[in-house]
Design a protein around this ligand. Structure first.
Ligand SMILES: [Cu+2]
Length: 339
């Protein structure tokens, strides 16, 4: 008998393990059946948190969240006759099997073979030229959040939604400054996003932001492994539990800036909570004055914002969705703060 797996099953498996019972869920997928990863208790904080055991094959996946968290793509820059900076990017879509958690491979659609796609970064007023090729088996597009013409919007009915094997060049001036995103807008939209076609898009203000020591990009999303329109795993930068297995190293007193984007499909709200600290929050990054000083923010799909903080004391500090269910299904990580 074929069993389909819901996130409730996963959660239950985790809870059973926490109670000391051997809990294992069975998942059905296109290429056969695989066991859910073992989940066991860890004693961070006051609530029992789950974690995956073992490691996905990052080399086979072709990307590693430890690299992606600090990887900003400024494109190929040149100066136009009018003095404007032109930035050109080569982006392609390709179908790719991604090992999401050890033993579970998801047939993803990707930009440039990675999830999230490249973090496209530029300065307000730059001319952005995206050479986009569709190497996938379905029609795809790049729909940018920002200000541009209808022709460049990448939605059905415009030339920016292209068939397999075709190419299209998106061109627009980067505005307004802030933290934005891009994603495929081909139909059906939910499926095209959930399969992995999304990325962050940072437009720096002309005068720059305040100087910080470290900058990170975190894109919150999930995986609906069994295609029942419910997420089975949650993560920042695609791979569940990655930054718990590989904490992000920072130093006491270092100024840290996080570009945080939520593209999670199927669930209404996502959130980010930082342990033992508070951060200044700049919604959409469109102002240089923070709107809030807090230790938690929530974002609906496509909402994004910039967080700034530093740690006073050395130690290991969690960051995670404060939707506890999401955290237990992968959206949790740690900062390792050293003196
Ligand atoms: Cu698509």
């Amino acid at each position: 008998m074929k069993a389909s797996l819901s996130r409730r099953d996963f959660l239950q498996a985790g809870v059973l393990t926490l109670l000391g019972t051997a809990g294992a869920a069975v998942i059905h997928r296109a290429s056969g059946e695989a066991q859910a990863p073992p989940v066991h208790q860890m004693d961070h904080g006051d609530s029992a948190m789950a974690m995956a055991v073992g490691e996905v094959d990052h080399t086979k996946n072709g990307f590693n969240p430890t690299d992606i968290v600090a990887d900003f793509d400024y494109g190929k820059a040149s100066t136009l006759e009018n003095g404007q900076t032109l930035r050109e990017y080569n982006i392609y879509t390709i179908n790719k099997d991604i090992e999401v958690v050890p033993g579970i491979v998801y047939p993803a659609w990707t930009y440039n073979g990675r999830i999230p796609g490249p973090t496209i970064r530029c300065t307000e007023g730059d001319l952005i030229r995206i050479h986009f090729r569709n190497g996938s088996s379905h029609p795809h597009s790049m729909h940018f959040h920002g200000i541009h013409t209808a022709q460049m919007d990448g939605v059905p009915g415009t030339p920016g939604v292209i068939n397999p094997g075709e190419s299209f060049t998106y061109e627009f001036e980067a505005k307004p400054f802030g933290l934005h995103l891009y994603h495929c807008h081909a139909a059906p939209l939910a499926r095209h996003i959930a399969k992995g076609l999304y990325g962050a898009f940072i437009i720096d203000p002309k005068e720059g932001r305040s100087t910080v020591d470290r900058e990170f990009v975190m894109v919150m999303s999930g995986f609906d492994i069994d295609f029942d329109d419910e997420n089975d795993f949650y993560a920042v930068n695609a791979i569940p539990f990655h930054y718990q297995l590989h904490p992000i190293q920072i130093k006491v007193g270092e100024k840290v800036r996080i570009y945080l984007v939520n593209i999670l499909e199927f669930d209404l709200i996502n959130s980010f909570h930082l342990h033992a600290n508070f951060f200044h929050y700049y919604p959409t990054g469109t102002s240089l004055t923070p709107s809030e000083y807090t230790d938690i923010i929530m974002q609906t799909q496509a909402q994004r914002g910039i967080l700034e903080f530093s740690y006073k004391y050395p130690g290991s500090y969690m960051f995670h969705a404060h939707n506890t269910e999401f955290a237990e299904l992968g959206w949790t990580g740690n900062f390792e703060v050293v003196s």
